[in-house]
Design a protein around this ligand. Structure first.
Ligand SMILES: *[C@@H]1O[C@H](CO)[C@@H](O)[C@H](O)[C@H]1NC(C)=O
Ligand SMILES: *[C@@H]1O[C@H](CO)[C@@H](O)[C@H](O)[C@H]1NC(C)=O
Ligand SMILES: *[C@@H]1O[C@H](CO)[C@@H](O)[C@H](O)[C@H]1NC(C)=O
Ligand SMILES: *[C@@H]1O[C@H](CO)[C@@H](O)[C@H](O)[C@H]1NC(C)=O
Ligand SMILES: *[C@@H]1O[C@H](CO)[C@@H](O)[C@H](O)[C@H]1NC(C)=O
Ligand SMILES: *[C@@H]1O[C@H](CO)[C@@H](O)[C@H](O)[C@H]1NC(C)=O
Ligand SMILES: *[C@@H]1O[C@H](CO)[C@@H](O)[C@H](O)[C@H]1NC(C)=O
Ligand SMILES: CC(=O)N[C@H]1CO[C@H](CO)[C@@H](O)[C@@H]1O
Length: 373
């Protein structure tokens, strides 16, 4: 009986943790995702220490405010190619967190709360010449200049990326980080980038030099804050697309608050020629402001150039403008009258003479009428 109970307990201990934690642990793969049971950083290190031959680690939904040095233990992980650490409440990352992982290809840090002071911390963490995919969606504490000084934000991004050997990077995703600006030379060293996802941010324009990204195939800019698309961007996109013969295949621009007025003509023309195939979801590129309220929310391409005029002044202003115009006309008329007063006086005299004869005539007719009565 006791033996039976004992084996039952052993069975329970053996099965239950793996059920609750959804952890599957093998020599080559660790998958451990659970948001209820928050495992600690030490648990992650333990796993790594036990399995030097891991090729894939998915450790998500735990609580790791500080991702310390050697996050998979102080053993070489030469086989590791995928490391998914999303949704772990990570606030700080030690510069040595990803040491001993020299062949890492895919690193995912989505849904964390990464934040640091660029002057104090130096998290040059991505020193992986093999890294091809880096995912930083919703990964940072707010990166917009409303919450932070823009030079701080730029410095922060710079510190993360400079000297981080990003030459092999093929896919970089930084969705949903409220980014409202990027350093001009930010992507200059990412010469192998093919996919760049900057959607769901607050970018008012693209200021970085796209032409540095010679191999770019997909550029996601939807759900940003662009009211206008600069001609410099359109021009460079055309160069990179080269009528379908270039590397660039797709650009997304929808859900930017496009101003559909006379300033949108170049974009309209650009889209209306063969560039339609380059821009994905062109029907979702709608007007956020327009000369007529009824145009707001409709697709930009449903209008003609004649519809896309600059806004007329509203009614109140029309009257002011009308008043000013009338005033000027009146003043000019007065001046003309004054300058030509001798001419008008002459006219007046001849008028009076004619009127005088008319007066006589009317007196006559009145008399005649009286007489009839
Ligand atoms: C890791 O792999 C090597 C060779 O492939 C093997 O010799 C070693 O025993 C493995 N280590 C573990 C802990 O499985
Ligand atoms: C990372 O892991 C989470 C949880 O398992 C999963 O939902 C997500 O798709 C993974 N991310 C990537 C890019 O594979
Ligand atoms: C990057 O890693 C290489 C070896 O992989 C090392 O020699 C170099 O010092 C590292 N650079 C930084 C800035 O950490
Ligand atoms: C932003 O930070 C820079 C450098 O730290 C500083 O010179 C500047 O005054 C700051 N601006 C604001 C608005 O805080
Ligand atoms: C690009 O790489 C060069 C040489 O390694 C370096 O001097 C420069 O600072 C890097 N630029 C950026 C924006 O990281
Ligand atoms: C990048 O490396 C260069 C040369 O090693 C160094 O002078 C520079 O300070 C580094 N930049 C950053 C942001 O660490
Ligand atoms: C377009 O290319 C020119 C020439 O290289 C560059 O100066 C400009 O910054 C680029 N603009 C964009 C938005 O990529
Ligand atoms: C990217 C692309 O196809 N650009 C084209 C846009 O349309 C103009 C006018 O037809 C072409 O000159 C560009 O090559």
């Amino acid at each position: 009986m006791l033996i039976l109970l004992q084996s039952f307990v052993i069975l329970l201990v053996g099965i239950i943790p793996s059920v609750i934690l959804h952890c599957t642990e093998s020599d080559t793969e660790l998958v451990c995702s659970n948001s209820q049971d928050h495992m600690a950083f030490e648990d992650l290190q333990d796993f790594g220490q036990r399995h030097p031959n891991l090729s894939k680690v998915v450790f998500t939904g735990h609580n790791i405010p500080y991702l310390g040095k050697n996050s998979l233990g102080a053993v070489r992980h030469d086989s590791l190619h995928t490391y998914n650490l999303s949704n772990n409440n990570i606030k700080k990352i030690d510069p040595g967190a990803f040491h001993y992982m020299r062949n890492l290809k895919t690193l995912i840090l989505d849904d964390n709360d990464w934040n640091f002071n660029a002057n104090v911390d130096h998290p040059r963490v991505f020193n992986h010449s093999q890294l091809t995919t880096l995912s930083l969606n919703n990964a940072f504490a707010p990166l917009n200049t409303a919450d932070k000084n823009s030079s701080e934000v730029f410095e922060m991004l710079d510190v993360i990326f400079t000297n981080s050997s990003m030459e092999s990077l093929v896919s970089l995703s930084m969705r949903n980080n409220r980014i409202d600006g990027l350093p001009v030379d930010f992507f200059d060293n990412m010469t192998n980038l093919e996919v760049l996802d900057l959607s769901y941010n607050h970018l008012p324009r693209v200021a970085f030099n796209l032409l540095a990204l010679e191999k770019l195939k997909i550029l996601n800019l939807h759900w940003n804050s662009m009211t206008h698309i600069d001609n410099s961007l359109l021009f460079n996109l055309s160069l990179m697309y080269n009528g379908g013969r270039g590397q660039l295949q797709t650009v997304t621009l929808y859900k930017n608050p496009i101003a559909c007025d006379c300033s949108v003509h170049d974009l309209w023309r650009w889209l209306n020629t063969n560039n339609k195939t380059l821009v994905e979801d062109i029907d979702k590129l709608t007007c956020s402001s327009a000369p007529l309220d009824t145009m707001v929310g409709s697709p930009l391409m449903s209008f003609t150039l004649a519809d896309l005029v600059c806004k007329k002044p509203p009614k109140g202003e029309t009257y002011i403008v009308l008043g000013v115009v009338l005033g000027i006309v009146g003043a000019v008329a007065m001046v003309i009258l004054f300058l030509n007063r001798s001419f008008f006086i002459g006219k007046y005299r001849s008028c009076r003479e004619t009127l005088g004869s008319k007066h006589e005539h009317s007196v006559y007719s009145t008399t005649r009428y009286d007489s009839v009565r």
